[in-house]
Design a protein around this ligand. Sequence first.
Ligand SMILES: *Cc1c(COP(=O)(O)O)cnc(C)c1O
Length: 367
Amino acid sequence: MKFNNVLDNCHVYEAGKPIELVVREYGINSDDIIKLASNENPYGCSKKVTKKVQESAQNMFMYPDDSMYELKESLASKFEVQSNNIVIGAGSDQILNFCVKSKCNENSKILMSKTTFALYEIYANQVGAKVIKTEDDEHNLEQFLDLYKKESPDVVFLCLPNNPLGECLDKSDVYNFLNKIDSETLVVVDGAYQEYASYKNIKKEIKPHDLISKYPNCIYLGTFSKAYSLGGMRTGYGIAKKEIIEVMHKLRPPFNITNLSLTAAIEALKDEEFVQESIKKNFEQMKEYENYAKEKGISYIDSFTNFITFKFDDKYTSSKIALELLKKGIIVRNLSAYKLNAIRITIGTKEQNKIVLKVLDEIIEKY
Ligand SMILES: *Cc1c(COP(=O)(O)O)cnc(C)c1O
């Protein structure tokens, strides 16, 4: 059967390995598996959220409120914008897709950093748009600007901080770049880890309200999947000028998130203390990884997220290290698909990190 030919160049997104697979393949008890491959919050979600979701489960038979009134009101007050500046997605993934669809067809181009979130490219491929990448792995705004002038892309993606590397540009540099971008270009500021970045260094903080009032061609994306611990609830949001949001709504399928997701997100916003506490522990625990890397002469990227990326020299191969960890029930992300000899480890709990570093050390010592 013939399909839409733009799909010939499309790849399936490779998600982090689920626990079930490791149980099946390596016969490891699921309780002994440490999954640090998808940047989930290792502290589970706030008890208050779990309780509310359980209570609201009796409403499963009903469609959710498609206007998402309450969640939008909560987000609007948190970010000092209006409800009509907000679109809700099944994860911010879905909004990334709307962004591409709103601007691109087979004659379009998108511009992104060489090593960044894989979905930007996947969504561009789905509509046959050309993907332009900078030369450096980490975000380099000079290269972005050169390519911007040369290629005139329709959409520019900035991942702030960047997944899977962890680096983050300063707001002032981002704004200097945005000053040079035409109002016809949609700039997507992916803030999936902004809560972490702004906690670590205030210079990284991008406030959606400020961003979109200065740069009406920008859309800010946030998610409940990382700091807010709700990856399984698939809830994200986009914040932009009303004119952009109206177009996003043309692309949004009705009832695109569930009743339970709405309840969870609304409740999660009420428990800021839980979020701040997990972020604090995240950076305390990240130190353990940094110290270990320094001790062993492994290079790592200074991270503004809830993961750390270790880059190996020729002595080690990331695929082998990831596999050896997997055999011991530890799931991390091997970055060989990005042509990097590196692994990305989500920062776990104190107990988890202790085991990870112990096992990693055993692997390295007998390499
Ligand atoms: C996790 C992540 C997202 C969004 O995840 P959702 O679960 O779809 O909200 C977006 N961008 C980056 C860079 C991410 O790491």
